[in-house]
Design a protein around this ligand. Sequence first.
Ligand code: ADP
Length: 746
Amino acid sequence: MTLLDKLTSERRARLAAERLLQFRMREIEALKDELSHAQRLLNTRSLELRDASVVASRTAALEDESQRVRSDLEAANQTALMAERRLWDSINTIRDGFAVFNSRQELVVANQSFLRVFSGIAEVQPGISYGRLAELLACEGRVVLGDTRPEDWIEMMRARWMQEKIPAQEISLADGGMVRLMDRRARGGDIVTLARDITESARHAAELEEARLRAEAANRAKSAFLANMSHEIRTPMNGVVGMAELLCDTGLNEDQRLCAETIRSSGEALLGIINDVLDFSKIEADRLALQPEPFDLERCIHEVLILLQSGVRGRAVDLILDYDLFLPTRFMADPGRMRQVMTNLVGNAVKFTEKGHVLIRVTGVERAGGHELHVTVEDTGIGIAPDNQDKIFAEFSQVDDQANRKFEGTGLGLAITRRLIEMMGGQIWVESELGRGSCFGFSLTLPLAEEGPALTAEPIRLNRILVVDDHLVNRTILERQLEAQGLQVKSCALGSDALAAVARTVCGAEPGFDLIITDHEMPGMSGLDLAVRLRAQGTTTPIVLFTSNPAAAQGHPGLAEMRAILQKPLLRRELLRQLHEIGTTGQAGPAPERAANEPAGPVAEASDDDERRMRILAAEDNRTNRLVLSRMMAGLDVELSFAEDGEQAVEAFQKHRPDLIFMDISMPRMDGREATRAIRQLPGGAQIPIVALTAHAMEGDGEEIIASGLDHYLTKPIRKPLLVEAILRYRPEDTRPPVRNALAAE
Ligand code: ADP
């Protein structure tokens, strides 16, 4: 072989090897591709395999869970069933009926109590309508309808369901039970009905009503008993107090006077207690009604002061009224009850004050409903310890200490006063300092009543007035009252200062006085002594004496120097009237509305003998009372005749033609009311004033008496000042004044 051949064969071999290599390379590449494809496939597979195992585990978990849920659901179902069963067991055990209706008013479900009413009626099943149930109740006699017709009742039951808010309905069942239907609209138009069993509470209510009626009957019996007792006690008390009063006016030695005074004051105290207890029981029984009418508050307080004045005699206590000058005096309220309130407060103040003053102050401001009044009663007495101030307004409460023990009382006065003030819509309070005094006050809104005649029509024709009073409060009030009328006032505390003041006018150092008003009892020189000294100095200025005890002025030479004697406390209206009279005539005027124990001015003493005496007829069956009446009127210039029963009164009226009749109410044969009716029918009988004398003191008695045709009434025991007041009130103008002078009327 040649080299070339060798080379060629080697080249061929090399080429073949190269081709083989290439082929192998390609195979390798293809295998690589296959391998990477297989690798990818493997990856995918492994991923798929991984996912499959997750899914498998998930599926297992889900299976577990659904198993758990199934068993939970089972348990919940069991619980729900149990709860439902329990709920229904409970709903079935309650005595009240329970039912649910759907929006078509068909029964969905009802408990046994609800269904019991329909027992035995097969058609009462879920699905039955409300209207049909109502029909069944009425037509099957399951409810008591009374006078209502079944169709009306069914209609009423249907109609109530038509209302937006279904009203409750009480139903009496035929078995004696009682239910109260209460229906509420629920979601989706459902109506839930509750039939409350009210059998027990209805029975209770009926029992309570019966008990209330029984209690009211007992209360009426108690009130009637009280009225009777009060009547029975008052009648003999009339004899006791009246006769003791008259006995005191006769010539008695000291021992006898003491006895007579004791009988009188004990009798009065007993009467006070009877009145308190009676009032209190009336308030307790809600039987006390207020009778508002127009009245003069200032006059009312003034009258209380006049009556209580005698209680302070012998003690250095001044009773003072400070009524706001710009406050109206006429209001609407129950005058009797206002008087009672004032009597209690002022009476206590007087009782517990040894020296100093009792000052009643009345102020007020205008409010929508009238005037808000503020009344205070201030004293300089024993006072009340702070601990006791709350207690005293309670019933039967008295301060129990050494200083208080000597005073009488029931401890009811303030309790009654508080209740009365509260009934009038007001409030009461107390401020006090032990040993220094007390101030009781109340505030109250009262409507205004129409005003009486104006205080003074014309100005007072006086310029300068000298006021002499040792008491600062009195002096200040008088000063203010006079200055409000445009007068100039100079005031002195002592008689000696007054003498000096007048002397200064004489020498021309000061303008002269037109009038001197002096207090009576003053330290150093009394008002009467002052008058004597002034006259001795040659002073002719008119002098007016202000006194709380005109009797004490008797026999004093100074009395003759007085232009007028005015009793304190003096009504503002009366003071101005007197000043007006003095200003125009130089004389004090007569006092037509004077209280019986006020002094009459000098003019009142003048009487015209041509005038006839006033004729008074008194009808009274009780001999003692006739005696009391005749003794009480003995000092009066009147013609008095008596009748012993109603029939005699009618006869006497025709025969004597009296100007005034006092008429007892309880009399044999014909009582006072019948006699009054008979007299009213007779000629002239319609106008004759008839005043009842009654021992009845219960609420309504007075109105009933007035309703029987009487003009006025006085409660026994008859008090002389009130009797005289009634006579003065009804005295015809053409008759002589029955009271010749002030002191005769005392
Ligand atoms: P009584 O009938 O006992 O006076 P009240 O209810 O009117 O009954 O008064 C109760 C008590 O309040 C009195 O007993 C007294 O202790 C006390 N009291 C009332 N007013 C006053 C007063 N102005 N000063 C001192 N104490 C008073």
